[in-house]
Design a protein around this ligand. Structure first.
Ligand code: AMP
Length: 249
């Protein structure tokens, strides 16, 4: 069984993002970039399924600028077998990504496609759902457990106030939540070995997809600066402040 995993190159989660002075976008110049954390979880899950003998091949795909190759190499070092880079300098919005992944899925015919539940840069939480619609395939989003059982995949989902388990017929789309697994630490020999694994290149035009943005960002702004807190000497003082100053009790 083949698994396709989508991995996005995003600003590293430790970086405090800043806006450009003209408010047109987030400033990513000279900023550390990494694999989207939910996509690391997606790769890890695919590798675990392969290690358990339930999957035969893991193909990872990243869409975007040349440096996405680095993200793909990391995924290969984690244990993926093969990578596909859809190279473009165009800003890719979720619908374009979903269309490109659909084109790759048509070619590769994976039984399972695993994505992150959301990319931590755009926080869209749309691509997996759109891909499922385009592929006319069932989806299990926000997965905290994935179990393959014959021609089905059982996905336990993190929903408000609890867990829900759904059974999907393959081919299916799964998006990962934080508690699905803890991605492995990539060791140096694996990084070296990953350099020799196949990384194919293609473009939106070759895949016959119009990836032009449909939405225009009007403005990007930093959150308002919070006032510094103060220390109070006693519970009585705290209660008095909550009552008389904050007026919340
Ligand atoms: P989003 O809908 O933008 O929050 O992204 C959800 C998921 O879609 C991500 O966690 C990735 O698995 C996948 N994805 C989004 N954009 C890309 C991209 N440019 N390349 C590869 N995968 C992507």
């Amino acid at each position: 069984m083949k698994i396709l995993v989508a991995v996005k190159r995003v600003v590293d989660y430790n970086v405090k993002v800043r806006c450009k002075t003209d408010g047109s976008d987030v400033d990513v110049a000279n900023v550390k970039m990494s694999m989207n954390p939910f996509d690391e979880i997606a790769v890890e899950e695919a590798v675990r399924l392969k290690e358990a003998g339930k999957a035969s091949e893991i193909v990872v795909a990243s869409l975007g600028v040349k440096q996405c190759e680095e993200t793909l190499r990391t995924a290969l070092a984690m244990g993926a077998d093969r990578a596909i880079h859809v190279e473009t300098d165009t800003e890719l919005q979720p619908l374009a990504v979903a269309k490109l992944l659909k084109a790759l899925a048509d070619k590769e015919q994976p039984q399972l496609v695993i994505l992150g539940k959301q990319a931590i840069d755009d926080d869209a939480n749309q691509t997996g759902q759109m891909l499922a619609a385009l592929m006319n395939a069932p989806q299990g989003t926000f997965a905290s457990k994935v179990e393959l059982a014959g021609d089905k995949v059982n996905v336990t989902r993190e929903i408000d106030g609890g867990l829900e388990t759904v059974s999907l017929s393959l081919p299916a789309i799964v998006t990962t939540d934080l508690r699905l697994n803890e991605p492995r630490y990539v060791k140096l020999p694996n990084i070296m070995a990953a350099k020799k694994k196949p990384l194919d290149k293609t473009t939106p035009a070759e895949l016959g997809v119009d990836a032009a943005p449909r939405l225009k960002t009007l403005k990007v702004a930093e959150p308002p600066v919070r006032k510094a807190g103060i220390k109070v000497a006693s519970v009585a003082e705290l209660v008095a402040k909550l009552k008389n100053e904050a007026k919340v009790i």
